[in-house]
Design a protein around this ligand. Structure first.
Ligand code: ZN
Length: 270
């Protein structure tokens, strides 16, 4: 009962990120694309390996639900659970977004977080979580009995279906648990239940990433707005989000190379 907690995956064993290289490379960034994500909707964006992208709050406090794929192979996608196991419940500068099995490599590294001052509040809450899943119409139906069509799950499905010219049923198979950008969440101390509270984010706040491989991002402006009251409805005040993609000269990335997929031999004991 009083056994000492042991960190399952000590961070020291993770390959050190190339944060210094990225900070140098950021001195010469060139804007190459901008995408505005309207409230209660999602859009796709492409980022090449070696480029940066930034998710920004532009008009008011707004939470974003992010899916990330290898743009050359949609089967390799963001793995929220393993990212949580490796980096903790909320991620910030220096942490990486890891891909699904059997690939397990960093898809992106966070290079800047204007909300890093928030830390962990008295309720155990923090921002940018990898503990929530994504708001979805099935749980809404289960708990409230409604058919609501603009949950992040559905927004992501529509955006990916349009981008890849596939049916929604097929698109749905690719949609996965998200990084909850700007969302302030935690677990209650007494019952360990998932909670959310109004995000501290303001216009101008941004979370910036370095693309470790060629990426397809899909970002939803959550119908919960700042997620300070409820989601999965049209009641909360919602704002657009902006995604900006930046390129840097290859010469600024000396010492960096795109990570390989896991070297595990996949024999699984057979
Ligand atoms: Zn949502």
């Amino acid at each position: 009962m009083n056994a000492k907690p042991i960190i399952c995956y000590p961070k020291e064993k993770l390959k050190p990120s190339n944060l210094k290289i990225y900070q140098e490379a950021k001195k010469n960034l060139k804007v190459i694309n901008e995408v505005i994500i309207p409230p209660r909707d999602a859009k796709c964006f492409q980022v090449k390996a070696g480029q940066f992208f930034r998710i920004e709050n532009i008009e008011g406090p707004q939470v974003g639900d992010l899916n990330l794929f290898n743009s050359d192979n949609l089967d390799e996608k963001f793995y929220s659970g393993k990212t949580r196991a490796l980096h903790g419940t909320h991620i910030s500068t220096g942490d990486q977004m890891w891909s699904s099995f059997p690939y397990l490599r960093p898809l992106a590294t966070i290079t800047k977080d204007t909300l890093d001052w928030y830390g962990i509040d008295d309720d155990g809450g923090s921002v940018h979580d990898v503990i929530g899943t994504r708001c979805d119409p099935y749980t809404e139906k289960l708990l409230a009995g409604n058919d609501y069509h603009y949950c992040c799950h559905s927004n992501l499905i529509r955006a990916l279906a349009k981008e890849k010219n596939i049916k929604t049923n097929e698109s749905e198979k690719y949609i996965h648990d998200v990084l909850n950008v700007f969302m302030c969440t935690g677990f209650t101390k007494d019952t360990h239940q998932y909670f959310m509270k109004a995000s501290p984010t303001k216009p101008g706040d941004h979370l910036e990433f370095f693309a470790e491989i060629n990426l397809l991002g899909v970002l939803s402006s959550c119908p919960g707005g700042d997620c300070g009251s409820e989601h999965s409805s049209d009641k909360a005040k919602c704002y657009p989000l902006k995604v900006t993609t930046f390129s840097t000269d290859k010469t600024n990335l000396k010492g960096w190379s795109s990570p390989e997929v896991s070297a595990y031999n996949r024999k699984h004991g057979l």
